[in-house]
Design a protein around this ligand. Sequence first.
Ligand code: NAD
Length: 263
Amino acid sequence: MDLGLQDRVAIVLASSKGLGRAVALGLAREGARVAICARTRENLRKTEAEIRERTGAEVLSLSLDVTLRESQRTLVEETLRRFGRIDILVNNAGGPPAGQFLQLPETAWQEALNLNLLSTVFMTREVVPHMIPRKWGRIVNITSFSVKQPIDHLILSNMARAGVVGFAKTLASELAPHNILVNNVCPGVFGTDRHFELARGRAEKSGTSLEQYLQEQAKSIPLGRFGEPAEFADLVVFLASERASYITGTTLQIDGGVIRSLL
Ligand code: NAD
């Protein structure tokens, strides 16, 4: 299948590691030009070099914090300066800390909203005016399977990501006349730094070793294993492509069967 991504321009947020990195690599493999970003320059440079080496794609990398309004504007301006247009926006960020309701400091709520809801809202606001005149756009938001089945002790994440679903569903209708498609993707359990960080905390709490905890967790997934970031990227790359032309307003899980509900 030709995905029709050759020479498209994509911004992938929070993409030096994990799922964001895999998505940037996947898009570059299909011939897209990609703008990547993260806060730590060293990791970002490594990812930039790796994508270029493995795909031959043009890569722009900017070291910045996706929660800051100034950084969001810079990212869009620099992408336009370098590539002349923006076709695809993949909204992503790190995850907020785990914790129970009364134990979390009051500041954590606003920080989680900034990280996992408002960065998506404001980046989308920066990019959409550049998609409308071209009558083509793809916006894919990376959320979590928690939007369909909230995860215990991740109340900050559960709260902020539910907002993304409401935002995206409303926006999908509003932007449909402009041929700009908006979808959410919900990762289940993928073996990234974020996953191991959360797993370490949970293992400590339950008095088991990290290894034991990971084994039990993998067993609880119907497919019996964690997902590979490249498998996650395949879905996002498809949604960002020409071939996904009749898909908008959806919230798709990619979770090895973790979510037990019907829809
Ligand atoms: P990760 O920790 O492996 O990678 C996160 C990336 O985001 C890194 O490149 C990091 O540098 C960058 N980043 C974090 N905060 C940033 C900021 N403020 N500004 C710029 N860059 C920033 O995480 P991941 O596993 O790839 O997860 C990506 C998203 O998906 C997270 O929101 C995570 O909570 C969510 N998620 C992941 C899983 C999973 O199993 N991995 C499951 C459900 C949801």
